[in-house]
Design a protein around this ligand. Structure first.
Ligand SMILES: Nc1ncnc2c1ncn2[C@@H]1O[C@H](COP(=O)(O)OP(=O)(O)OP(=O)(O)O)[C@@H](O)[C@H]1O
Ligand SMILES: [Mg+2]
Length: 245
């Protein structure tokens, strides 16, 4: 059940965003993707999901193309990339995860309703199920998208900066869910700009800046030399920011 990415290239109208990125992840593992703003982290995930075209490379999950298996892949997008004005309730957002099972125009069956309810309860959002998503706090919005990912009962999970703008309560829920998913043998890909404690939960790290700067265990990747290569002098600023956070 391995996810394999080989020699992936992506560009936006001729401007290179990702170049020759290769890695593989195994069941029960969480891989952390780190790197400066504009490094191509979100692009990498979108390209794996087929949301944007790649210019080269191979992406395989369980030995076949990812595009044919989107039902078993859950994606929690970066909050800044979601249109929160879109008029839709919390319950409907999470129910969307079930359309693959029930079809667009059919009523969700009892099992789907139960799965959606338990996912919303899991993240403490069942009480707010009738709210519009635009009327939620950042942490609450994040938890709704987490519930949607859970309700999808996927095998491969992508989380793009799930910790931004969330409180300790939400953060703890997210970490608990990561642990449960790993225990269940799922594959997790976590994009984060937090270079602190979050990374210690990752089994494997990719340090990205268009290309892979370093790849391996947290200890191997998070060295001042590697960080300097990826972030340049901004790393000083980054350290300061983290200490005051
Ligand atoms: N739709 C787009 N059209 C053109 N260029 C884009 C598009 N999306 C991203 N880019 C560019 O591609 C590069 C990688 O962007 P990407 O969003 O993947 O970075 P990121 O690592 O996720 O950054 P951040 O930490 O800010 O989320 C950047 O230079 C960005 O300006
Ligand atoms: Mg991003």
């Amino acid at each position: 059940m391995v996810l394999e990415v080989e020699h992936l290239d992506v560009d936006y109208r001729g401007v290179v965003a990702i170049e020759d990125v290769s890695f593989r992840i195994f069941p029960g593992q969480m891989i952390g993707v780190i790197g400066p703003n504009g490094a191509g982290k979100s692009t990498l995930v979108k390209a794996i999901l087929g949301l944007i075209p790649s210019t080269g490379g191979i992406i395989k999950f369980r030995n076949s193309p990812v595009k044919k298996q989107l039902n078993s892949i859950a994606y929690v997008p970066q909050r800044t990339q979601v249109d929160w004005e879109y008029p839709i309730t919390v319950l409907s957002v999470v129910m969307m995860a079930r359309t693959a099972y029930t079809g667009w125009f059919r009523q969700p069956n009892r099992r789907s309703k139960e799965i959606v309810k338990s996912a919303l309860e899991r993240v403490g959002m069942w009480e707010l199920r009738s709210r519009q998503i635009g009327e939620l706090s950042g942490g609450q919005q994040q938890r709704v998208f987490l519930a949607r990912a859970l309700a999808q009962q996927a095998d491969l999970f992508f989380f793009d900066e799930p910790f931004i703008g969330v409180d300790k309560y939400t953060e703890d829920i997210i970490f608990d869910i990561f642990n449960e998913l790993k225990r269940d043998g799922k594959i997790l890909i976590l994009i984060t700009h937090d270079l602190g404690d979050t990374l210690t939960k990752c089994d494997h790290l990719l340090l990205l800046n268009k290309q892979i700067i370093a790849d391996g265990s947290v200890k191997e990747v998070v060295t001042s030399e590697n960080l300097q290569r990826a972030y340049g002098n901004n790393i000083l600023f980054l350290n300061r920011e983290q200490k005051s956070a």
